[in-house]
Design a protein around this ligand. Structure first.
Ligand code: SF4
Length: 254
């Protein structure tokens, strides 16, 4: 991507001042990752994803994760489409499986589908999706180069936070997607996604700028803000930019 085009993408993000600098003060290329839904923005009390570990004993989680073992992409997609494991199956328009390159190095994971995603069957569409695309472009990645999924495959009514049962029932699908994808890095986008993936109740601020590891696959995982939150709180874009650079550096070392 030429510098003019990248500058245009950064301008679209309102990131004119977001310029990576080397020790010599010269511009450098940025880096990044992402995950799904129009998340609840600011740290509001959420489904204590953290409590997932306590609510679902480890042996039960292991058994649950094995339910999808051996499924290929098509089989997994069909199983998700027919899923009735939690009550969200009664209110969804359709499941939102995930989208992107099945050989991607980057896996972006959000919380759950919002209204537009539920209607279209694709994660990260609408304004938040456009911002995500711009962020990806800013670091030289096209949407088609990454894989984008959510912790939940069905929309919680009213965009409420996922509850513990929903997250516990749905996470095995994402775990199977990760097993098939074998990404080099995961980017958890937003507090709810991060807390569910890492089984913690720590704040997003406490989880940023660290390399976490996801599950048995031990994939490096970096946490950042959800683009929907950044749309509402543009003053946090600089922190998100720092997270993207951090994630890119992590991926370059894998
Ligand atoms: S949210 Fe997940 S577990 Fe619940 S019905 Fe949808 S696909 Fe199944």
């Amino acid at each position: 991507m030429n510098s003019q085009l990248r500058r245009e993408y950064l301008d679209a993000l309102g990131l004119k001042t977001w310029t990576l600098r080397t020790a010599h003060g010269t511009a450098d290329a940025p880096s990044l990752v992402m995950a799904s839904r129009a998340t609840s923005a600011a740290p509001a009390p959420s489904a204590p994803a953290s409590a997932l570990a306590a609510a679902v004993p480890a042996p039960a989680r292991d058994v649950s994760a094995m339910r999808e073992a051996g499924l290929d992409w098509d089989e997994l997609r069909a199983r998700v489409a027919a899923c009735t494991r939690c009550s969200l199956s009664a209110t969804r328009t359709q499941t939102v499986f995930g989208v992107g390159n099945p050989h991607a190095d980057w896996l972006i994971v959000g919380e759950a589908p919002g209204a537009e995603e539920d209607r279209r069957g694709e994660p990260f569409v609408g304004r938040a999706g456009q911002l995500l695309n711009s962020m990806l472009h800013a670091i030289g990645l096209a949407r088609e180069q990454v894989y984008i999924a959510n912790v939940l495959k069905c929309r919680p009514p009213g965009n409420r936070d996922p509850n513990l049962t929903e997250a516990a029932e749905c996470l095995p699908y994402l775990e199977r997607q990760i097993a098939l994808l074998k990404p080099k890095i995961m980017l958890a986008v937003g507090r709810i996604a991060a807390q569910n993936l890492l089984r913690t109740d720590k704040t997003l601020g406490a989880l940023r700028q660290q390399v976490h590891r996801f599950g048995l696959s031990d994939v490096p995982l970096v946490v950042t803000y959800h683009p929907a939150y950044l749309l509402r709180t543009p003053t946090e874009k600089r922190k998100a930019w720092d997270d993207l650079k951090f994630a890119r550096d992590v991926a370059s070392r894998v």
